[in-house]
Design a protein around this ligand. Sequence first.
Ligand code: FAD
Length: 456
Amino acid sequence: EPVLLWLRRDLRLSDQPALIAAAHEGPVVPVYVLDDETAQHRKMGGASRWWLHHSLKSLDAALREKGSRLILRRGKCEDELASVARSVGASRVHCIRHYEPWWRNAERAVAKELDLNCHDGNYLTPPGSITTGSGEPYKIYTPFWKALKDVMPPRDPYNRPQKIEAPEKWPASDNLVDWKLLPTKPNWAMGFDDWEPGEEGARKRIDSFLGEAAEYEGQRDLPGVEGTSRLSPHLHFGEISPTYVWHRTADAGGSVDVFLGELAWRDYAQNVILQYPEYASKNARDRFDDFEWRDFRSSAARDEFDAWKQGRTGYPIVDAGMRQLWATGWMHNRVRMIAASFLIKHLLIDWREGEKWFWDTLVDADYGSNACNWQWVAGTGIDSNMFGRIMAPLKQSEKFDAADYIREWVPELAELLDDAIHDPEAAGCRPDNYPEKLIGHKAARERALAANRKIR
Ligand code: FAD
């Protein structure tokens, strides 16, 4: 009897415990269901859809090399999986467990219809499994990271199955192109050309990163240097297992501890959404529910939000980041922090608006990681209250040597010298085609601190 392999954000053949288990039991029917209904307002954003299209294509090709293939269905997971199961006479399903609230609902719904077997495999350790001495899940990153290090490496990564047996008859499948996952606006995804979605692309990324991993600690904060792994979309879509990434980098030697610690942030975020499933829409620190964010019905706030999205704030480092995001679906981590802080504290716009924009435009948009980082910058989260720490974008830009990064993404400023490019307005050389600052740093800082005092 064939078994189904239900794929979601685990689009790989190596170190894929659900695939190993399914291949062990009999003929395998790999299925991907595009289920926008279950995800509702959390359905995948535009940049993620672009990635998904290419990743599914690559996975199907890899399966075909092994005499298998990928079945595509669109609809509610439980309905589509039940329909595929009926048509091939299967009753068992293997999948990797996911922690987004809608995926947990979908797992419950599928388990009512079929014999569902969930495996862990998308995180270093199963979210919820690392607990404090009293058995509570961790709320704060640092003790979580220490406890995680004590249990890593938890196991050897799984291998690729030798053989994936095909069923006697394949069920019907949609055509990937009919899903129209690619953007229709011309040019939108031109800057995405550098990415190679899929398992092979992920392998190439880690191979090229390993040579640089020893430099990570010194370079990771410099936006103008390619000093980070850029594995985030591959990890998000499960094209490479984090355990594999952990072991390869740890084995490479050198001071890779900082990198492993970043990888652990990804795990930590899943632990947070397991405890707070609505983390992307609710302030964890609830006194922020009374915070007076700028009123979005006013056109001034709307216009400034648009200027932020389009990279026209008059702060070169923020604008460079926002344009990099639009053009490539990715933004350097240091600049994500600066741009997020600018929206929240300089423009006093609710962090949830920024979170939604990132959700739509990042190729690595991840429910847990995005929400955790936004709440962390805002100071509304379960960790320390950072609201009062107002980042100075112009100083950050200088400190992290962003001049070349700005030249790349804000061509209007490309001719400016290093000492003028971070703040052309103050240097008296702002070109006419580059906007004035939406608000001065000092005024913004005072306004933000005053708003924060009101909720104390
Ligand atoms: P590297 O520095 O090479 O790190 C290796 C891996 O560790 C990353 O691929 C990622 O999986 C993980 N990681 C690193 N930093 C973090 C972090 N702070 N939180 C969680 N995981 C981390 N990351 C996402 O994957 N998805 C998001 O939606 C997302 N939204 C963010 C929103 C804001 C406001 C901020 C400040 C950060 C956000 N991040 C998000 C975290 C971080 O910016 C990216 O993971 C990182 O820039 C990805 O680049 P990289 O793969 O080169 O990272």
